[in-house]
Unconditional design. Structure first.
Length: 359
């Protein structure tokens, strides 16, 4: 190889980059210490931008197109190099390609639960996750803030910083909106739009745009999910406002399911009557039907005989009975006033026969 052929092989006359990756944001063109030939062809494809850097200083930026490098289209580099008009000699410069396409399906999620105050359920803890998209909209800003002297930058390298911005903005938006827990599923778009406004401002500081932000799900703890399901079950039975009464009755019924002979059966029967009393006092028209001698649950049907629990063995007995059919003990030996409705209740009763209040 002659000396002239060797010199020509050291000159770069074609500059281009074909991106085959899905996560590369910035790529430095491999010059291998070769000089760039004045008049070389620079290809910048759609979704790309090319940045020339001279001795650590950002120079000219080229948007999509085909360029023949000359002093006329490299004004900043010409100034930095102190070139004279008509300069034709080879030169040294670093060339970075910036990927300006959208990078979709970037994932985010809360690592720790978000603690919020809800009107119905009090203090609750939530987790959330979703996706978002990023795009370099200001190549110069992104290069100065992120790239530095790196040869390449991938989405993984900035994922941690961006995720922190996303989660912080989402948490603030969710807290300020104070949306009731039961209405969260219908407000994903509203919450996302509110959080996106704050994120866009912070992303722009790094030269990034946020084309998309999606909330896929907001999760509640298992115990809260059970409470919500229980609330729905109560609504199917009627307007039961006393949620604690419902829980107490359910606990009694579950306890009675454990084998325990006559005592267990009596406990289950007593709990059943207590729960029935609560339903009777909460369903519409119950008192009116009772006053007319009809069943509160089946208008027109005769009212069934009221039952009372024995203070000693908890066996069910007909109202007005003087002695317990289970243990022979005397009934009605002592009563006390219910703290809620003031009805006289036999001593030892677990619940008030009138309003269902635990005794």
């Amino acid at each position: 190889m002659g000396i002239m052929s060797f010199i020509k092989s050291q000159l770069i006359d074609v500059i281009e980059w074909l991106d085959n990756s899905n996560d590369l944001l910035v790529y430095r063109f491999p010059d291998q210490d070769h000089e760039i030939k004045m008049g070389a062809k620079l290809t910048v494809r759609p979704g790309q931008a090319a940045i020339f850097v001279n001795e650590g200083k950002l120079a000219d930026i080229f948007l999509p197109g085909l360029y023949t490098l000359a002093t006329q289209n490299m004004p900043v580099l010409t100034t930095l190099k102190s070139w004279k008009h008509g300069f034709t000699s080879p030169f040294k410069a670093e060339i970075y390609y910036v990927n300006t396409k959208q990078f979709i399906d970037q994932t985010w999620g809360t690592r720790s639960p978000i603690t919020l105050r809800d009107q119905e359920f009090g203090v609750v803890q939530l987790r959330a996750h979703g996706t978002y998209a990023i795009q370099i909209c200001e190549p110069k800003v992104f290069f100065e803030k992120i790239v530095g002297t790196n040869y390449a930058i991938t989405t993984d390298e900035i994922e941690g910083q961006l995720r922190s911005i996303v989660i912080r903005a989402f948490t603030v938006a969710l807290g300020k909106m104070k949306i009731p827990m039961l209405d969260l599923a219908a407000a994903y778009e509203e919450i996302g739009d509110g959080a996106k406004v704050k994120m866009e401002k912070e992303f722009l500081e790094y030269g990034l745009a946020l084309p998309k932000f999606i909330i896929e799900n907001i999760n509640v703890p298992p115990e809260l999910e059970k409470a919500i399901l229980a609330r729905g079950a109560m609504n199917t039975l009627g307007d039961l406002n006393q949620y604690t009464q419902y829980q107490a009755a359910q606990a009694m019924r579950e306890g009675a399911s454990v084998p325990g002979g006559v005592a267990g059966q009596a406990m289950g029967l007593g709990a059943g009557f207590a729960f029935g009393g609560m339903m009777m006092n909460n369903m519409q028209g119950a008192q009116q039907n009772a006053a007319q001698g009809r069943s509160p649950f089946m208008p027109g049907a005769p009212m069934q005989q009221a039952m009372v629990a024995c203070p000693a063995c908890k066996a069910a007995n007909a109202a007005g009975a003087k002695f317990c059919s289970g243990c022979g003990g005397k009934l009605g030996a002592g009563t006390h006033a219910c703290a809620k409705c003031k009805t006289e209740v036999p001593d030892g009763s677990k619940f008030c026969n009138s309003c269902g209040q635990p005794q």
